[in-house]
Write a protein that binds this ligand. Structure first.
Ligand code: HEM
Length: 282
């Protein structure tokens, strides 16, 4: 039936949401019952007085739904930046070798000592934040902000990063997005340039906004998973760089073009790269 495609989309969405809700929980529930469960939030909290099993199941489903695609996209965006910028990949790896040596995977304590790696990570997060328009909010009453009238019931997005979706901006704001705004980042805001996060290269580094926070939203609904997400993504990315050379697909130039897939979460569509092992013993 022409025009009924949305029904199939809704049915698929409903199927996926229910799978997220029941699949992992049921698996761990069965494993707890037969005594083979690994350590996890569900196995620790199930059948405990503090939270009902239904609430536990749904809380974990929200963590999965909100946390997996976003965190994976942050890592993919980082790998994309590394495959396109081998010079920064090389510098980051040299820093790791000098500061950490070769005998272990980088820990969070190690990562805090890696100035170049942190600059490269921040720049990737700024350049391509995974949720560029945040999550929409609705104004509960009418408001005026800098002369811009916002009627009650308006759907509002935070213009965090680049997105293909059309965005209406307040009249005095420049074209662009918070994380590429030339008033904050200068005229090279569209370029990948980790120097802006290196104190030795950027004398005004202290005036930059907190790029570890903006991609997670604002105010009382800021992402509650941000610390977990940052730790996961940093550790994954550092582990990959300390073990593999990340290369463009075979036969592709370094500056390969990639179309970004745009929905709530943004990342390169069908992204491919090659992982070349750096050492055989680690
Ligand atoms: C790099 C990874 C992530 C990014 C970029 C991200 C980004 C965001 C953003 C922009 C929002 C909307 C905030 C607002 O309304 O102002 C949000 C909300 C939320 N995030 Fe994340 N997130 C990430 C990972 C996670 C993880 C790992 C979890 C859970 C384990 C999580 C759970 C949530 C939840 C539950 C909300 C809704 C909060 C509310 O409405 O009160 N997120 N996230």
């Amino acid at each position: 039936m022409p025009g009924a495609g949305f029904k199939r989309t809704a049915a698929r969405g409903s199927f996926l949401v229910n799978t997220i809700r029941h699949w992992a929980y049921s698996m761990v529930e069965a494993a707890v019952a037969d005594g083979t469960a690994d350590d996890s939030i569900i196995s620790k909290q199930i059948n405990q007085p503090g939270i009902s099993n239904t609430n536990l199941r749904d809380a974990v489903a929200v963590m999965y739904g909100a946390g997996v695609d976003t965190t994976v996209s942050a890592i993919i965006n980082f790998l994309y930046a590394m495959a396109r910028h081998p010079e920064w990949q090389e510098r980051t790896r040299k820093e790791m070798e000098v500061i950490l040596g070769h005998d272990h995977m980088p820990t969070m304590e190690d990562i805090s000592r890696l100035e170049i790696f942190n600059a490269v990570w921040k720049e990737s997060f700024r350049w391509n934040p995974p949720v560029p328009l945040g999550i929409p909010h609705v104004s509960s009453k009418e408001d005026t902000w800098k002369g811009y009238y916002i009627p009650k019931g308006t759907i509002l997005h935070c213009n965090i990063g680049q997105s293909l979706f059309f965005v209406v901006r307040p009249p005095d704001s420049p074209p662009g997005w918070i994380l590429r705004d030339p008033r904050i980042w200068g005229n090279d805001g569209h370029q990948f340039n980790p120097n802006r996060f290196l104190a030795g290269k950027n004398p005004t580094i202290g005036q930059l906004p907190d790029v570890s926070s903006i991609p997670f939203g604002f105010g009382r609904r800021i992402c509650p998973g941000r610390y977990l997400a940052e730790r996961l993504a940093l550790q994954f990315s550092a582990a990959i760089l300390s073990t593999y050379n990340v290369l463009p697909p075979k036969g592709e130039p370094t500056q390969f073009d990639t179309v970004f897939q745009d929905s709530v979460v943004r990342r390169p569509a069908n992204f491919q790269c090659r992982f070349e092992p750096l050492r055989t013993s680690n």
